[in-house]
Each structure stands twice: as structure tokens, then as C-alpha cells.
Write a protein that binds this ligand. Structure first.
Ligand SMILES: Cc1cc2nc3c(=O)[nH]c(=O)nc-3n(C[C@H](O)[C@H](O)[C@H](O)COP(=O)(O)OP(=O)(O)OC[C@H]3O[C@@H](n4cnc5c(N)ncnc54)[C@H](O)[C@@H]3O)c2cc1C
Length: 698
């Protein structure tokens, strides 16, 4: 079994030893040789470099504008409105040094500015046109991630809970106020003692049939609502998740109906004073996102009208009778949480936006920056070093891969919102959990790599890696901890697997497993295991087969192991015994889905030169991932030693080729300088040093 395969773009360093070193060479010698080759190329190497640049294969021509128009999608106009608005309001730019309280007020002014001055009203798009909504979130998030999150708390979390968990009466009463920011609100699910395990929350909402109210109570300190965005300073309302307690007529005993959501006013609409029975404290200074006011809430028997129950999945009548279209507590709970996947979709999508910014800054700077060079020759750009390409080119390829995967996720999510098709619902749930987890983990690691790849200047706050890293880090945890979410993906795959063997059909995304499962059950073909030609390795069929084979194998072996351990450990213990295996399975599946989306996106690209560039980038993504997990393929002889070596060589060569068009590839992200903001990442490379020196006062 391989270890977890969330790839650090550096992660194959250790594997170099095993598979790529020429037989008579130590790995360290080899690495030093690579460096000296650049510093002092041998005749052979010079010939190779010439060949690479003369063959026509090396430097392909890419039209960044055409590529950009393919990437851009249909909502660029509204993103440009966001950029123009902030361009016209330099007073709303977040300064590098700002105190927490000032930052929160600035963030609030930024939000008000977007909504009331720029006239961008995101709320209606949450349900009507999610892709437009996520485009807005991406744009404001690139202005300041705190702003993106504050806007997300208001519209996706608080607003989304009202629209998705409530009914018409709630929409009628709250829509306008949420939309125009009069009703600033919170989403209060997490408690001091329970985050991931939502069913463990302890806040209670007891129905009082005499007054026709619910009484919201925090029974102990462990049940204090914690980390609640918008609570510390600005929120007027909170959607509070609590266990609904219904008194039983005869026995005077209350029945726990499970977790439900309630609208609880927390501050006076006019005076902004905290309402009686509500206690609010500030969660304090955080590692990042300090423009968002996270707070803690305690409720001392706060009374709210019965109408404040968000009653889409379960209702209480005047006489205290409970009704629901869903038969069990578990089904209602799943339906309630299921409505909240939009937040995950948004985080996955925004995380790619962050990765684009970081990769753009690091790559532009690496093209500009020169250190060392052959004797008596000009210095070379640091991106000409193989090691720098190794750090940044698979990352650039992954950014493209994630772009298409998350765009596809957003489209599926929008369709799901329209059709409520059951299969699509299941698909979007698993996919949003998997992509949110995989992409945010990758971006978090990449931010550190980008910082390091830019040397000392990467450490200057003005060049942004510090704030991007700190602000983005929590993307791995909120809206579902990544490790917990990946388990949902694994659970889903196993469910699909069991259904297959009971003769059921596979859901949309997992369809490929049907075919590859058959391949898995037969032994790998010893002939194809040795094929090492470039055409074969760059054939999408080989790449997809390899990805799918790995997933199928992991799935089948996980199922066997779980069955075995369940006998002695029970299902919970068996799951834990196989947990790392299950996480690897989930990641492998998500990598496969990402590759599939990428291959499809290339097919749909109308411009030939963009298609060629995308194919090159996609090949690098695919071969880099296969190489990262080469141990798994070698262990079962899916890949023979000669093929493993060829994969590694080709992946390195593709990194070199991608480097040749790296500038166009990042330009195609179309991020204006006033959004990337780092002086070292300026689009016009020649101006970077000038702006940077001016920044420090020269
Ligand atoms: C800045 C910020 C803003 C937030 N905003 C909000 C908000 O507005 N509203 C809201 O309700 N909440 C909010 N949260 C809370 C957030 O959603 C939770 O932190 C998140 O759900 C994770 O829960 P936890 O912190 O309890 O982590 P835990 O669940 O305690 O996890 C801790 C560690 O245990 C591991 N772990 C837990 N369970 C398992 C398992 N089954 N298997 C393997 N490993 C496991 C996790 O992987 C993790 O590494 C916010 C948090 C932060 C930091």
C-alpha cells in the first residue's frame, strides 16, 4: 500500500533514488551533475538543449489571449466590475499592517462597498445562478480573502441556510435584508466541544406549547457556539443548529428529534445591542483571516417564535406535533447537511483562485530572477534550473487541472440546484467533499513552496505569500475537515462497490470503475507494462487506465480488508484500522476525476494552439501523479522498471517544455496586476524590481 498521495510537488525527491538514477550513479551525485550541467553544459547536454529548442517540440507557440478566453468562463464581466470598483477605491485596499479591530471594520466597509456602491448583489445568484455567485466570491477573495469569507458567511452560510433549509415564509421575511446587508448574519453550527461531529452538538431548542415558542439553551460550556463568523462584531441574526426537543403530552418527557436549524436574533436591529439571554465573546486574533469577526455565543433560555424553525425538512405544528417528509432522524440530518454543500463547492473553487495567484507570482518572478550562469556568460533565470521547474511546473499543471475540475463541479452543482436529480445530488456531494479536500490541501502546500521558490523576496509581506498562506490555511478545516471529508468519498466508493456486486448501477462519476474493476481482477499485462514510448505514455488512454487501475485496486483491497477486520474489531474499529488506506483511495479517485475533466476540457477547446498547450500541461499532470505513486504501480508490476524510468524522464522533460510556455500559461489566468499586487509578480517583468525598490522608499 502506498502512503497518502496528496502530492507535494516536491514529494518525488525521495523516489528518485529508487527509479531514476543511472545504475552507476549515486542520487546526490546525479543531482549535483544536473546543477553543473546548467552551470557548465557538456557537449552532449548542449546538443540536447539545442535539439529541444530547435525541434519545434520544445517551444510551442501559445496565444495567451485565446487560451484565456477559453478559461475565463461566462462571468468575467462581473469579476471585472469587482476589480474596477476596488481600483477606483484605493482607500478600501487592505494595508499590509493593520490591527485586528481596524481590519474587521475595513472588511465590513469593503463588503458594504461591493454590495451597495458597486451594486453587486450576490444573494440572488446563490440559488439562481451559482456559477455567477462563485465568480463573485473568487473576485472579492482575490481582493482580500477575509472579504471573500465574510461575503461567503453572509450569503452562502447565513443566507444559504435561510433559503435552503427554510420555506417561503422565511424567504419572504429575510431575503431583502440579507441581500442589502441590513440583516447581517451568522451560521452557528460548531461548538467548543464539537466541530466535525455535528450530531454531537449539545445546544437544545425546546418547544414550549404554552407560548408557541422555542427556547434556545446552551446546557454547558462545551456547547458554546464557537468560531462563528460575523458574531463577534457585526451579526444581527444567527442560524443556530440545535437538537429539537419536543415535550410528549402524556409523560412530560421530551423527545430528541435530532439536529435542526433555527433563526435566532442576537443583536437589536436598531441599537445593535446584544439581546437579553445572548452572551457574545470574541474568539480573538487568528493565524489569518483577521478581517472576519469570529465569535462565541452562549444562549440562556432565549425565546424565539415557532416560525423561526427552518422547517423545510421537519416542522412543528401549533399543538406540538412533529411532521416531516423524511422518515428518520438520520435521513433528516443528511438532508439538512446536504443542503450546505454549496460552501464546499465555493471553497474548492476559491482555493484554485488562490493557487493561480501564488503560481503567477512565483513563476513570473522565477522568469525574471537570475542567479549564476555558465562561466563568462550571462546569468540564467532561476526558472531555467531543473529544480525550480520541478517545484513549479507540476504545480502550474495542477492549477490548470483543478481549474477545469472545479468549473465542472460548479456546473454540476448549478444543475443539481435546478433539477434536484437524485443521482446528481449524490455525485455532487461526494465530488464537492473530495475536491474541496484535495485542492485545498494541495494549495496549502504549494503556498509554502512558492514562498521558498522566491527566496528572500518571497518573504516580504508585500509579495503576499505570507498572507495568502495564513488566510488560506483554514480552508483545509472549515466547511468540513479535509480528513473527515475524504472519508465520505471513500465511504461512497465502497457503497458503490457493494452495489455493483449486488447488481446495482454505478452513479455517474464512478462509472469508470465498472470497466477498470474487470481489468483489476485480471493480472497486469506484462507486455504493456514494458511499453515506454512517448506516444504511449502521452496517450490519455494509458494515463486514464493507470489512474483507474490504481483506484480500483485500492477499492477492492479496502473492501477485502474491511470485511476481514470487521469480524474482530466491529465496523468502527475496522474502519480505523484501514483509515490511511481509505484516505489514499479517496485521493486516488479524486485525482482520476480531475484527469478525466482535464481530458474532456482539452477536447472541447476550440483553438488548436491552446489545445496543444493544454495537452502538454495535462500530460505533465498525469505523469507527475503516476510518478509520485510509482511504488504502487511497481509493486504489482503494472509498470516495469524500464517504463518507470521512462515515465520519470518524460515527466522531467515535460516540465522543461511547460517552462518554455510558462509565461503565457500564467498570463492566460488573466489576473490584473492590481489583483496579484505583489511587486515581484508584475506582468511586465521589467517593472518588478523598480516597483519593489520604490515600495521600500528608493
Ligand atoms: C476561522 C474559522 C472560521 C470558522 N467559521 C465557522 C462558522 O462561521 N460557523 C461554524 O459553525 N463553524 C465555523 N468554524 C468551525 C469549523 O467549521 C470547524 O473548525 C471544522 O468543522 C472542524 O472542526 P473542529 O475544529 O472541531 O476539528 P476536529 O473535528 O476536532 O478535528 C481535529 C483533528 O481531528 C481529526 N479528526 C476528527 N475527526 C476525525 C475522524 N473521524 N477521523 C480522522 N480524523 C479525525 C481532524 O482531521 C483534525 O485533524 C470556523 C473555524 C475557523 C477556525
Amino acid at each position: 500500500m502506498s502512503s497518502a498521495i496528496i502530492p507535494s510537488p516536491n514529494s518525488n525527491h525521495t523516489k528518485l533514488k529508487e527509479y531514476t538514477v543511472d545504475d552507476d550513479e549515486e542520487p546526490t551525485t546525479r543531482r549535483i551533475r544536473h546543477l553543473s550541467l546548467h552551470l557548465n553544459p557538456s557537449p552532449d547536454h548542449r546538443q540536447l538543449l539545442q535539439l529541444e529548442s530547435c525541434s519545434g517540440r520544445a517551444k510551442m507557440s501559445v496565444n495567451a489571449e485565446k487560451l484565456s478566453s477559453y478559461l475565463r468562463g461566462k462571468h468575467r464581466d462581473i469579476q471585472e466590475r469587482v476589480f474596477e470598483y476596488f481600483n477606483s477605491r484605493p482607500d478600501l485596499q487592505t494595508p499590509l499592517e493593520i490591527l485586528k479591530d481596524d481590519y474587521r471594520e475595513l472588511c465590513m466597509r469593503q463588503l458594504v462597498g461591493v454590495v451597495r456602491e458597486a451594486g453587486i448583489r450576490p444573494f440572488r445568484y446563490v440559488v439562481e445562478d451559482p456559477s455567477k455567485y462563485f465568480a463573485i466570491i473568487e473576485a472579492v477573495g482575490s481582493v482580500d480573502m477575509s472579504l471573500g469569507i465574510k461575503l461567503g458567511v453572509q450569503y452562502s452560510l447565513w443566507g444559504g441556510s435561510v433559503l435552503n433549509l427554510g420555506t417561503k415564509k422565511h424567504r419572504d421575511k429575510y431575503f431583502e435584508g440579507i441581500d442589502n446587508l441590513e440583516y447581517l448574519g451568522c451560521f452557528a453550527m460548531t461548538e467548543l466541544h464539537h466541530g466535525s461531529n455535528v450530531q454531537g452538538i449539545q445546544t437544545i431548542a425546546t418547544f414550549d406549547p404554552v407560548t408557541d415558542e422555542f427556547v434556545i439553551t446552551t446546557p454547558n460550556d462545551g456547547a458554546i457556539k464557537w468560531w462563528i463568523g460575523n458574531a463577534a462584531v457585526h451579526g444581527k441574526f444567527a442560524t443556530v443548529f440545535a437538537k429539537l426537543m419536543l415535550p410528549t403530552h402524556d409523560t412530560k418527557v421530551v423527545t430528541d428529534m435530532g439536529v435542526h436549524a433555527f433563526i435566532v436574533p442576537i443583536r437589536d436591529l436598531k441599537t445593535h445591542k446584544t439581546l437579553p439571554g445572548v452572551e457574545i465573546n470574541d474568539c480573538g486574533h487568528k493565524v489569518g483571516l483577521n478581517g472576519v469577526d469570529n465569535g462565541a455565543l452562549r444562549f440562556r433560555d432565549v425565546r424565539i417564535p415557532r416560525d423561526n424553525l427552518l422547517n423545510r425538512f421537519g416542522d412543528v405544528s401549533r399543538d406540538g406535533t412533529y411532521t416531516s417528509s423524511l422518515p428518520t432522524v438520520n435521513k433528516r440530518f443528511a438532508a439538512t447537511l446536504g443542503e450546505l454543500v454549496g460552501g464546499r463547492v465555493g471553497l474548492a473553487y476559491s482555493s484554485v483562485g488562490v493557487l493561480k495567484i501564488a503560481a503567477t507570482i512565483a513563476i513570473r518572478y522565477s522568469l525574471l530572477r537570475q542567479q549564476f550562469g555558465p562561466p563568462k556568460k550571462p546569468e540564467i533565470s532561476i526558472l531555467d534550473y531543473q529544480s525550480q521547474q520541478h517545484k513549479l511546473m507540476p504545480m502550474l499543471a495542477s492549477t490548470y487541472a483543478f481549474h477545469f475540475a472545479t468549473v465542472n463541479l460548479v456546473e454540476k452543482y448549478a444543475q443539481m440546484k435546478k433539477t434536484h436529480d437524485e443521482q446528481l445530488v449524490a455525485d455532487v456531494h461526494a465530488l464537492s467533499a473530495g475536491l474541496k479536500s484535495y485542492v485545498t490541501s494541495y494549495t496549502a502546500k504549494s503556498l509554502s513552496i512558492c514562498r521558498e521558490a522566491c527566496g528572500g523576496h518571497g518573504y516580504a509581506a508585500v509579495n503576499r505569500f505570507g498572507s495568502l498562506r495564513n488566510d488560506h490555511d483554514i480552508f483545509q478545516t472549515f466547511e468540513g475537515d479535509n480528513t473527515v471529508l475524504l472519508q465520505q468519498v471513500a465511504g461512497d466508493l465502497l457503497k458503490q462497490y457493494q452495489e455493483k456486486f449486488r447488481g446495482g448501477t454505478f452513479a455517474v462519476t464512478w462509472n469508470y470503475l465498472r470497466e477498470s474493476m474487470n481489468t483489476y481482477l485480471s493480472q497486469p499485462n506484462p507486455v504493456t507494462a514494458r511499453w515506454e514510448g512517448e506516444d504511449h505514455l502521452r496517450d490519455p488512454k494509458f494515463q486514464l487506465d493507470a489512474f483507474r487501475y490504481r483506484t480500483s485496486r485500492l477499492l477492492q483491497s479496502a473492501a477485502v480488508r474491511l470485511r476481514k477486520h470487521t469480524k474482530t474489531l466491529g465496523s468502527f474499529g475496522a474502519w480505523n484500522r484501514c483509515l490511511n488506506h481509505l484516505l489514499t483511495l479517496a485521493e486516488s479517485h479524486i485525482e482520476t476525476v480531475i484527469l478525466e475533466n482535464f481530458i474532456e476540457a482539452i477536447k472541447s477547446c476550440p483553438d488548436a494552439s491552446s489545445r496543444d498547450a493544454l495537452k502538454l500541461v495535462c500530460d505533465l499532470y498525469a505523469l507527475n501523479r503516476i510518478w509520485n505513486d510509482i511504488g504502487t504501480y511497481r509493486n504489482v508490476d503494472y509498470v516495469a522498471p524500464n517504463k518507470a524510468k521512462a515515465i520519470h524522464k518524460l515527466a522531467e522533460y515535460l516540465s522543461f517544455q511547460v517552462k518554455n510556455i510558462a509565461r503565457e500559461l500564467v498570463d492566460a489566468f488573466d489576473l490584473p496586476d492590481n489583483m496579484t499586487r505583489a511587486p515581484i509578480g508584475k506582468q511586465s517583468l521589467g517593472e518588478a524590481y523598480t516597483e519593489y525598490t520604490q515600495y521600500v522608499g528608493f
